[in-house]
Design a protein around this ligand. Sequence first.
Ligand code: DGL
Length: 268
Amino acid sequence: MDNRPIGVFDSGVGGLTVVKEIMKQLPAEDIIYFGDTARVPYGTRSRDTVIKFTLQSVRFLMSQGIKAVVLACNTASAISLEVAQQQFDVPILGVIEGGATTAVRATKNKRVGIIGTEGTINSGAYEKAIKSLDDSIETFAKPCPLFVPLVEEGLQDSEIAYMAALEYLSFFKDKSIDTLLMGCTHYPLMADTIRRVVGAGVNLINPAEETALILRRVLARIDILNDGANPPQYRYFASDDGERFKKIGSNFLKCHISSATKVDIERY
Ligand code: DGL
């Protein structure tokens, strides 16, 4: 047993969709969340920059005495998971494995679409993970950069979001996919709009669910689950002012965030 918190990192508020799943699957665990809101988005940044920002963020979480880290950000997971795993001596998980596993399980016709930021799609990380599980699966990947700002503005169910989804997702029209992997923290909030475009016959995959299950397995295997003696504590940190984090974050988490502490991330 180990009652230290789990650290969850994202480029901004989107990783709270992963926190929500961790709260559900691991209700006894304390969580410390860091959102790099001063430097979001990561999705359009270079590989070197994403790695640098990720390592700084994990260093901050380590300074808070965490026992494991989840890179909730798809872009950070796709680009910097291995580097982070080599640098720190706590278990570090990304979201790619969970998303790929669920997509492979869900597809019947072995044709899987992947959507994410430019960074995630250009890295090819989801394709690689899917192929390593089943190399007979065909993948089709498309970045959807406008989805992130639309969700952050609370416009995920609007006609503008629908138009953007029509534009991006027309790429999949002739691909006969039966599964679409939503490879970005923000996209599960757009699921209704995405569903309107792709139709009822396509499985929509949210990597967060399986990621929380994998985390539970990892903590159990090395015997560092929380003993549950105390009610769980959740603490939120952000690199920019906490007010916007609280406002947008509460929408992602579907519950009120009462405080978010500002961190000078350049110090780490
Ligand atoms: N959190 C990012 C991801 O899941 C989306 C926002 C960004 O571009 O930083 O890829």
